[in-house]
Ligand binder design. Structure first.
Ligand SMILES: [Zn+2]
Length: 90
């Protein structure tokens, strides 16, 4: 779990200089997760695209919108859309 998060962190840092290396890091983190059946926290889950392994940077590699209490993230690389209901605030 620790190393998977470190990989995601590295992926984020490497994105601007080497996007393909960044994707490799995300892919590795994802493989670790599936191999060891780790549970990523909700926050970690919303950090990258599960289809093309692009690390998400709002306004750069993804578009984030909130509508009717639903967080919508569009991956600008493969155009996949992820929807995540936000916890209702009262
Ligand atoms: Zn994508």
């Amino acid at each position: 779990m620790e190393c998977a998060i470190k990989l995601l962190d590295l992926a984020d840092k490497r994105w601007s200089s080497d996007p393909s290396l960044s994707r490799r890091y995300v892919e590795l983190a994802w493989r670790l997760k599936t191999k060891f059946n780790l549970r990523f926290s909700r926050e970690v889950k919303m950090h990258f695209c599960k289809r093309c392994f692009t690390i998400w940077r709002p306004g750069e590699t993804c578009r984030v919108r909130i509508r009717d209490g639903v967080l919508t993230v569009t991956c600008l690389n493969c155009n996949r859309v992820y929807r995540l209901p936000l916890p209702a605030k009262r």
